[in-house]
Design a protein around this ligand. Structure first.
Ligand SMILES: CC(C)(COP(=O)(O)OP(=O)(O)OC[C@H]1O[C@@H](n2cnc3c(N)ncnc32)[C@H](O)[C@@H]1OP(=O)(O)O)[C@@H](O)C(=O)NCCC(=O)NCCS
Length: 173
């Protein structure tokens, strides 16, 4: 199948984005969160209203990866003075490990050419996410604890090492 195309997300993409988020959340977090907690989080955090507000925020960049069958990946990033936060990065199970996650990340970074630091949070038990970010050149700088629907989780705060593999400002890969 042709390589998914990365482009800016629009409001019309919200149903496709929701489908990617739901499938990827169940697949990723099912290993360490009760299904009920996952379904509650999906219902609260992935509503058309929440996603619509995120896409409309001037400080947010959102892109999707799309192939002939539809949207297979999404990234959102928020710009703050000097810092870019990668808020969401999801590639649908079955479309992973084909370079799409890397290209979505590169598109998000390219949208903030003046940035100084890139930060994100990844669940400590999410081995796939951690492997991906380590490969891109992110290192853990902090840890913090949260609760998702009553289940305690440990988050790693990661930052991109300057000059690392993922520290590029173009989308040519
Ligand atoms: C993390 C994620 C976005 C990467 O997307 P992707 O399209 O697979 O990424 P790429 O193809 O560009 O990069 C592949 C790299 O990711 C990591 N990776 C991806 N799938 C993996 C797996 N099943 N097991 C271990 N590492 C994996 C590896 O480092 C891999 O490099 P390698 O193939 O040379 O070992 C995707 O796996 C995903 O959506 N995971 C679930 C959600 C998530 O963890 N999001 C990030 C935290 S919020």
């Amino acid at each position: 199948m042709a390589e998914p195309r990365v482009r800016r997300a629009t409001e019309a993409d919200i149903p496709g984005i929701r489908a990617v988020l739901a499938a990827t959340w169940r697949d990723t977090y099912g290993a360490f969160l009760p299904l009920e907690a996952i379904e509650r989080a999906i219902a609260a955090w992935h509503t058309p209203r929440v996603l619509g507000a995120e896409l409309a925020r001037a400080s947010t960049f959102a892109a999707v990866a799309e192939d002939d069958a539809g949207i297979v990946g999404v990234v959102t990033a928020r710009g703050r003075p000097e810092v870019v936060d990668i808020a969401r990065l999801y590639v649908r199970p079955g479309a992973q490990r084909r370079g799409t996650g890397g290209r979505l990340l590169a598109a998000a970074l390219a949208a903030f050419p003046g940035r100084m630091r890139v930060r994100l949070e990844v669940e400590a038990q999410n081995a796939k996410g951690r492997a991906f970010y380590a490969k891109e050149g992110f290192v853990a700088v902090e840890e913090r604890s949260i609760e998702v629907s009553g289940t305690p989780l440990r988050l790693l705060v990661m930052e991109l090492e300057p000059g690392a593999a993922g520290d590029r400002q173009d989308t040519s890969r």
